[in-house]
Design a binder for this molecule. Structure first.
Ligand SMILES: [Zn+2]
Length: 684
C-alpha cells in the first residue's frame, strides 16, 4: 500500500468472563499501544479502538455458576478490565462494549446485508442437544475429543491444544458440560458462511499478496487451514444471550459470538465518531486507511479468515493490511491459566508494585512472545528493572538532571567546540528515530525496546567516558559542552521512550521542561532539542530498585497457587468398607500428652515418645520426625489408639499409635482436641 492517510488500529476484544493478566498485556495490548502511540508521535491520523466482548456461551456458564445474570457478569468484568487498561496507559481512543446498542445495530445490519445478498447458506441440520438441560450444545457447552489432535478436553468450537476450530458435531465422544450427559442429535435451522466460496480469494490475498509482510507464524497458520480445505461455518447459535438473529422465524437464536465480536471494532469506531462529531466511514471504507489487527495466536483464524471473508462478502469495507499476532506468554514455565489462577493479574500487580506500570510494560515488551512462546519470570522482571531501567536509563537521566542543577542552576549550558566524540554521539542520537521506527513498523517491538535502551546506554557511556564530575575541576568550559550534549540525548529519550514508557516520558518531559510539541521526527531533524539557557526542573526518581524480597513474595504467591491447585485436584481415597458399631467400640482411643521426645538413632522418620495417656505413661514410636522436631512437641496433646497390639520398631517396643493426618503441604499434623482435655479422656 502507498503511504497511508490514516490508521485504524484494533486490539482483540477481551472476553468479559475474568480480569486481564500479563499474557493479555504482552500478547496484544502493549504492542498495539506502542504502535498507536508511535504513530501519533509521528503526527499520523490514528484511531485505536477496542472494547469488551460480552456475548457467547462462557459468560452464560459463568453466570449460572455464580448465580447472577449474564449482564451482571459482563458489567463486573467490563469495569475491572477497562480500569486495568487505563491504569497501564493503554491509549484507546475508544473502549466500547458489544452489549452497546450501537453494536447490536451494527452487527444486526451487517448480518442483514449478507443475508439479503444471499451470502449465507440456510440449512436445517442436526445439532447436539441436551434433553435434560433443554438446550442445544455448541461451543463451550460441549467437550469431547478433538478430531485433529486427539485432545480429550476440546471445546465444541475450538481445540485449545492444537488451535483447530471445528463444529461441535465434529467432536468424538461429545459430552454436555452442563449435565455431563451424552447429547443426542436434534434438528435446528442455522445460517452458515460458506468459507469454501472465499478460499481462492483468501489464498491469493494472504498467501500471495502478504507473503512478505505478514509474520511467518501467522502465514503458517493460515496456510494450514487453507490446505485443510475451508468449510461452511455456522454464524448463528441456539442461545438466549447475544444479538438476536434479525430474520423471521429465528426466535431463540443469536449471532455466533465470533460473528459479532470483530464487528465490534466497527461499532467502537462509530461510537467514537459520534462522540467526536466526525465521520467514521473513512476509517473503515477508504482504501488509503491502513487497518491493523493486534491479536493473540488463538484468534488468527477469526481475524485472517472468517472476518476478512465477512468484510469481503459485505463489499463496503477495507481489509486488514496486517495481523501481527503474537504467540503465548508463559509464567514461570507454565501456561497462563485464568481457571487455574496461574497468572499475574494486572490489578494485583499494581497493588504490589504501585506506580510501576512502565516497568511491567518494559519487561513484557523485552520478552514479548513475538515469534515463539516465551516465558515471563519474576527474576527476569527484576533484572530488567534493576540492570536496565535503573542502572542505565535512570542512572543517565539522574546524572544529567542533578549535574545541570548543581553546576548551572538548572540552565542548559551553551555548547563550545565539539570534540570528535561529541559529534559522533550527536550524529548517533539523530539515527535513533529511524532505527526504532524500522523495528516498530515491522512489528518487532522487542527489538525496538532494546534499541531504545541502546540510546540510554549511549548517554550513560558518554557521561561515564567524559566524566564531567572530574573535568569540572580542570576545564569548566569543556563541561558546559559535555552537559549540553548529554541534555540533548536526555531530550531525545524523553520523546522516543513515549510509546514504550508513557508514564516515564511524562515525568522526564516535565523534568526537562520540554516543549510538548517536540515530535519523533524532530529528534533527527532539529539542530538542537534544548537550547542554551533553557531552564529545566529538579530531578525526580524515574525507576527504583526492586529488592529480592519483593520477588520472593511473588514467587511464594505462585507457589501457594500451585499448592492450592494440587490440593483441589487431589483424588481422595474412596470410603472404606462399612463396619458395625461393635467394631468401632473395640477401639480404645484416649487423649494423651507427649512428655518426652527423642530421635530413634539411625532413622530419618522415627521419634521415640513418652506419652501420658492417663491410665499410664507409655512409650510410643511414631513416624513423624520429618514433620516435627522433638523439642517442639513436648506438651502437645494427641489422640492415641491405646489397645493396638504392641510391636517392636528398630528394637523399641511401641505401645499404641498416635493419630495423624496430612496437611496441604504434605506434612503431618496431630489430631488434637479443640480444647485441653484431662489425660486419659476417652474418644468415642
Ligand atoms: Zn486439537
Amino acid at each position: 500500500m502507498n503511504t497511508p492517510k490514516r490508521y485504524t488500529i484494533t486490539a482483540a476484544l477481551p472476553y468479559t468472563n475474568g480480569p486481564v493478566h500479563i499474557g493479555h498485556l504482552a500478547g496484544v495490548y502493549v504492542p498495539a499501544d506502542i504502535y498507536a502511540r508511535y504513530l501519533r508521535q509521528k503526527g499520523e491520523d490514528v484511531l485505536f479502538v477496542c472494547g469488551s466482548d460480552e456475548h457467547g456461551v462462557p459468560i452464560t456458564i459463568k453466570a449460572k455458576k455464580e448465580g447472577i445474570t449474564p449482564q451482571q457478569v459482563v458489567d463486573k468484568y467490563n469495569n475491572i478490565i477497562k480500569t486495568s487498561f487505563s491504569d497501564f496507559g493503554i491509549s484507546f481512543d475508544n473502549y466500547s462494549r458489544t452489549s452497546a446498542k450501537v453494536h447490536h445495530d451494527t452487527a444486526s445490519d451487517f448480518f442483514t446485508k449478507l443475508y439479503n445478498d444471499g451470502e449465507f447458506i440456510e440449512e436445517v441440520t442436526e445439532q447436539l442437544y441436551d434433553a435434560e438441560a433443554n438446550q442445544y450444545l455448541a461451543d463451550r457447552f460441549v467437550v469431547g475429543t478433538c478430531p485433529k489432535c486427539g485432545n480429550e478436553e476440546s471445546y465444541g468450537d475450538q481445540c485449545e491444544n492444537c488451535g483447530t476450530t471445528h463444529n461441535a458435531t465434529d467432536l468424538i465422544n461429545p459430552k454436555s458440560s452442563i449435565t455431563g450427559n451424552v447429547p443426542s442429535l436434534k434438528e435446528t435451522k442455522h445460517w452458515f458462511l460458506p468459507l469454501d466460496k472465499h478460499e481462492a480469494f483468501l489464498k491469493e490475498w494472504i498467501l500471495e499478496g502478504h507473503k512478505n509482510d505478514w509474520k511467518p507464524n501467522v502465514l503458517g497458520q493460515v496456510k494450514s487451514w487453507i490446505d485443510d480445505g475451508l468449510r461452511p461455518r455456522a454464524v448463528t447459535r441456539d442461545l438466549d444471550w447475544g444479538i438476536p438473529v434479525p430474520v423471521k422465524g429465528a426466535d431463540g437464536k443469536v449471532l455466533y459470538v465470533w460473528f459479532d465480536a470483530p464487528i465490534g471494532y466497527i461499532s467502537a469506531t462509530k461510537e467514537w465518531a459520534a462522540q467526536n462529531n466526525t465521520n467514521w466511514e473513512p476509517y473503515w471504507k477508504d482504501e488509503n486507511t491502513k487497518l491493523v489487527h493486534f491479536i493473540g495466536k488463538d484468534n488468527i483464524v477469526f481475524h485472517c479468515i472468517i472476518f476478512p471473508a465477512m468484510l469481503k462478502a459485505h463489499g463496503d469495507y477495507i481489509l486488514p493490511e496486517n495481523v501481527p499476532a503474537n504467540e503465548f506468554l508463559n509464567l514461570e514455565g507454565n501456561k497462563l491459566s485464568t481457571s487455574k489462577n496461574w497468572a499475574v493479574w494486572l490489578h494485583e500487580y499494581l497493588q504490589d508494585f504501585p506506580e510501576k506500570q512502565d516497568v511491567l510494560r518494559y519487561a513484557l515488551t523485552a520478552t514479548a512472545p513475538e515469534t515463539k512462546d516465551n516465558d515471563f519470570t519474576w527474576k527476569d522482571f527484576q533484572a530488567r528493572n534493576n540492570n536496565e531501567l535503573v542502572a542505565i536509563f535512570g542512572n543517565f537521566i539522574n546524572r544529567v538532571i542533578v549535574l545541570t542543577n548543581k553546576y548551572y542552576g538548572g540552565q542548559v549550558p551553551p555548547a563550545g567546540k565539539f570534540s570528535e566524540v561529541d559529534e559522533e554521539t550527536l550524529a548517533s542520537l539523530k539515527e535513533f528515530p529511524n532505527t526504532i521506527s524500522r523495528s516498530i513498523e515491522r512489528y518487532r517491538f522487542r527489538e525496538a525496546s532494546q534499541e531504545l535502551l541502546s540510546l540510554a546506554r549511549l548517554g550513560n557511556k558518554y557521561l561515564a567516558d567524559e566524566e564531567p564530575w572530574k573535568v569540572i575541576k580542570l576545564d569548566e568550559e569543556r563541561v558546559k559542552t559535555i552537559m549540553n550534549v548529554a541534555l540533548q540525548i536526555a531530550a531525545g529519550l524523553a520523546v522516543l521512550c513515549e510509546p514504550f514508557l508513557p508514564f516515564t516520558s511524562v515525568k522526564l518531559k516535565n523534568m526537562l521542561n520540554l516543549d510538548e510539541n517536540l515530535t519523533w521526527n524532530d529528534i533527527s531533524s532539529k539542530e538542537v532539542l534544548l537550547s542554551a539557557d533553557h531552564q529545566i526542573n529538579k530531578a525526580e526518581l524515574l525507576f527504583a530498585k526492586i529488592e529480592d524480597k519483593e520477588i520472593e513474595a511473588q514467587l511464594e504467591k505462585l507457589q501457594a497457587t500451585k499448592t492450592a491447585n494440587e490440593q483441589a485436584n487431589k483424588v481422595l481415597e474412596p470410603q472404606k468398607e462399612t463396619i458395625e458399631f461393635d467394631d468401632f467400640t473395640k477401639l480404645d482411643m484416649r487423649i494423651g500428652t507427649i512428655i518426652e521426645a527423642t530421635k530413634v538413632p539411625k532413622t530419618k522418620k522415627l521419634l521415640q515418645l513418652k506419652v501420658d495417656v492417663g491410665i499410664d505413661v507409655r512409650t510410643i514410636v511414631s513416624g513423624i520426625a520429618e514433620s516435627f522436631k522433638p523439642e517442639d512437641i513436648i506438651g502437645q496433646q494427641v489422640t492415641v489408639l491405646c489397645n493396638l497390639a504392641p510391636r517392636k520398631l528398630r528394637g523399641v517396643e511401641s505401645q499404641g499409635m498416635i493419630l495423624m493426618t496430612d496437611t496441604p503441604e504434605g506434612k503431618l499434623a496431630f489430631v488434637e482436641p479443640s480444647e485441653k482435655i484431662e489425660n486419659g479422656g476417652q474418644v468415642s
